[in-house]
Design a protein around this ligand. Structure first.
Ligand code: FEO
Ligand code: CA
Ligand code: CA
Ligand code: CA
Length: 670
């Protein structure tokens, strides 16, 4: 996989229109097949999925809410081969599940319990549908399907044993009853974006894990308010009194339930789970080809609401560089630079996890500071930085503390608060790094999250002539570096997402049209085969006009659109001007809508065969706005996809992987 198989300089398909239909819409000349949905069996002995809430053996089925995903090729004999185009493995994130009040209602016959305590049998199922899966897929005569009996098939859930690796290994803040020496932990949770390492492993970001933990109102008092652990819990979204998303902690006295309760304190940290929440929030690495290797928590990449991991092109003799984002309002963008220099022989190593140890366990974490003049700096987050080491608000004792309480270190150096960093990608034509900033309802003209050059848009929604506060539709920022390991960068805004008919001076700044308008860009990936920039949406602002979508772009270079001034009137009548730097206008020649999904879904996860001829994406949570009480009434489901596309039993909507191919056998997008 060197260079682009067939770099595209134009978009050869006709844009699809916005759609509210309960189906996947693609351009003329393309086929869509559903290949892998929630509940599909991953072992020969696991019964077919009935999809009525009575299914069993959930540890051997596809999980829920398919999210980020990567492809790993196999040769005709089923051996690992980066060039495998008709047989391969998909490693898939199962981020979360469709719920309204505690219960994941579509997987329980009667919708499950919406009050506490939760029945243990329901919680067991809900644990199993989170995490990761590896599934083998194969094309025969152009038809893709997954292989139920493949020995490669694997599930990782929030209860699977994993290894803590990197600077936080052995930290006092990761000590639990499960691992008193803080070298192991259980599971991975709320896995969102992904990445593929230059040595051929899968990495996955743990995003909204904190929402799964219960803290009772007295927990601060029990720990002592000045305790570092309390500062950490609060900064990561768990103030005392916070209720957990599913109430898993209420299901019984077994440790597998108790661990979700931060307040169940025993004599000391080795006897309880007071630190359990600190064992989540990392990037995990898995060798999709080797089911014997435990998953690693790569703590050197920091702890936050991780999305994807974008690896800059690996260059012999240079460090490995990975770009990342923290998806919460006003959180930061990060970069990891390895201590070890890239040895090209490692691309073909057979012990891939050992290569991961070499490049991801020792290195330096940086956080982004964007300046008003179109430049920026990556600021080091380590004990070498005196501002971190001498920080008065939180006593960092070691780089392990920085790895675990990364957000607090980034606060200390006054990094730039962004409009919810989601996925990133590296443009193979230029080496530039792109990151979606999906939206931020808290962005205001002035204040803590006042409009700045990198997050300049406050009034987004111009429906009915009314200005609404916040960056409702999101934007995509990009960063250019002479060498990815440098601390200096240049940046601009590749595009502002917008409805086509919004005000072109305030909102639709990239001049989007009916063929490419969008809201809330979230997933983003460049095709290594064609160089196309794929953009996926996770929106709730434009959903009166269209379901979520996938677009293809051919972006230019950082700075190709010049400077732009935005002006805001404050309540007292004074003016605030914000200068920013823009990509060029996005005409349909260079940005076009390729796909629209079924009702209530998010479009996410994107990977392809190395020849660029089969594109895999995920349809996440179709029908999620179905009223929980209507779980037994298919007529009331907001979506019946993928059953209505001919896939599987029952009518309950299911998250699923689809594959898109071109009828003429060509490259996707050509
Ligand atoms: Fe799971 Fe930020 O998306
Ligand atoms: Ca996302
Ligand atoms: Ca999102
Ligand atoms: Ca989602």
């Amino acid at each position: 996989a060197t260079g682009m198989a067939a770099p595209l300089s134009s978009l050869g398909f006709t844009a699809v229109g916005k759609s509210l239909a309960d189906k996947v819409v693609v351009p003329a000349g393309y086929d869509v097949q559903v290949i892998y949905a929630l509940g599909d069996p991953l072992k020969a002995s696991t019964p077919a999925f009935k999809n009525d809430g009575t299914d069993t053996d959930w540890d051997n089925r596809a999980g829920d809410h398919h999210d980020g995903m990567e492809y790993f090729g196999l040769d005709a004999n089923g051996k690992p081969s980066a060039n495998g185009i008709s047989r391969g493995l998909l490693a898939v994130n199962h981020e979360a599940t469709t719920d309204q009040k505690l219960s994941s209602f579509f997987i329980h016959a009667n919708g499950g319990a919406s009050t506490l305590p939760r029945p243990a049998a329901e919680v067991e199922k809900e644990l199993s549908i989170h995490g990761l899966s590896v599934v083998e897929v194969e094309a025969k005569a152009g038809q893709w399907s997954y292989k139920q009996a493949s020995n490669y098939n694997r599930r990782i859930t929030p209860t699977t044993e994993v290894i803590i690796s990197g600077p936080a290994k052995g930290s006092e803040h990761l000590v639990t009853k499960f691992s008193p020496d803080a070298t192991r932990a259980r599971g991975t949770l709320n896995n969102c974006g992904t990445g593929k390492t230059p040595w051929g492993t899968f990495v996955s970001g743990e995003e909204n894990w904190f929402g799964y933990f219960h803290r009772d109102a007295k927990d601060d008092d029990r720990r002592g308010k000045k305790d570092k652990s309390v500062t950490g819990l609060v900064r990561y979204g768990r103030p005392a009194g916070a209720a957990s998303r599913h109430g898993w902690e209420s299901a019984g006295a077994d440790d597998k339930f108790v661990r979700w309760n931060n307040g169940a304190l025993a004599a000391n940290a080795r006897a309880d789970y007071r630190n359990e929440m600190n064992t989540f929030g990392f990037v995990v690495e898995m060798d999709a080809y080797d089911g014997q290797q435990l998953v690693r928590k790569r703590t050197g990449l920091g702890r936050f609401a991780h999305e994807s991991v974008s690896f800059a092109k690996a260059v012999a003799g240079q460090p490995i560089v990975a770009y990342m984002g923290d998806d919460s309002r006003g959180e930061y963008m990060y970069k990891f630079v390895s201590a070890a220099k890239w040895d090209a022989a490692d691309a073909n190593a057979s012990n891939r996890i050992a290569v991961g140890d070499k490049y991801l366990d020792k290195g330096t974490l940086f956080v982004a500071s964007f300046k008003d003049d179109g430049t920026g700096t990556w600021i080091e987050l380590s004990m070498n930085n005196p501002i971190v080491a001498a920080n008065p608000d939180f006593e960092f004792k070691s780089d392990a503390d920085v790895a675990i309480f990364t957000r607090l270190a980034a606060d200390a150096v006054s990094a730039t608060k962004m409009d919810r960093p989601e996925w990133g990608g590296i443009n193979p034509r230029t080496g530039d790094f792109y990151m979606t900033l999906t939206n931020n309802s808290n962005r205001t003209v002035d204040g803590d999250m006042g409009a700045d050059a990198a997050n300049p848009r406050v009034y987004s929604d111009m429906k009915n002539g009314k200005e609404s506060k916040g960056n409702v539709n999101g934007h995509i920022i990009r960063v250019a570096q002479a060498n990815p390991a440098d601390t200096a960068f240049k940046w601009d805004i590749y595009l502002f997402a917008s409805e086509a008919d919004a005000d072109k001076t305030k909102v639709n700044l990239s001049n989007l049209t009916d063929e490419n308008d969008m809201s809330a860009p979230d997933g983003l990936a460049f095709s290594p085969a064609t160089g196309l920039c794929w953009i996926q949406t996770d929106d709730s602002a434009y959903t009166d006009k269209t379901n979520c979508m996938l677009l293809a772009g051919i972006p230019g270079k950082v700075g190709d659109g010049g400077k732009k001034s935005l002006s805001y009137k404050r309540p007292d009548g004074s003016e605030k001007r914000v200068d920013t730097y823009m990509g060029k206008s996005q005409s349909p020649d260079i940005l076009k809508r390729f796909l629209v999904g079924p009702v209530d879904c998010e479009i996410t996860g994107l990977c392809e065969t190395p020849d660029g001829k089969a594109l895999f994406i995920n349809i996440q949570h179709p029908g999620e706005n179905t009223p929980m009480a209507e779980v037994g009434n298919p007529a009331k489901y907001t979506s019946q996809w993928p059953a209505n596309a001919g896939y599987g039993a029952g009518k309950r909507p299911r998250s699923a992987t689809i594959v898109i191919t071109k009828k003429d056998g060509g490259v996707i997008g050509s």
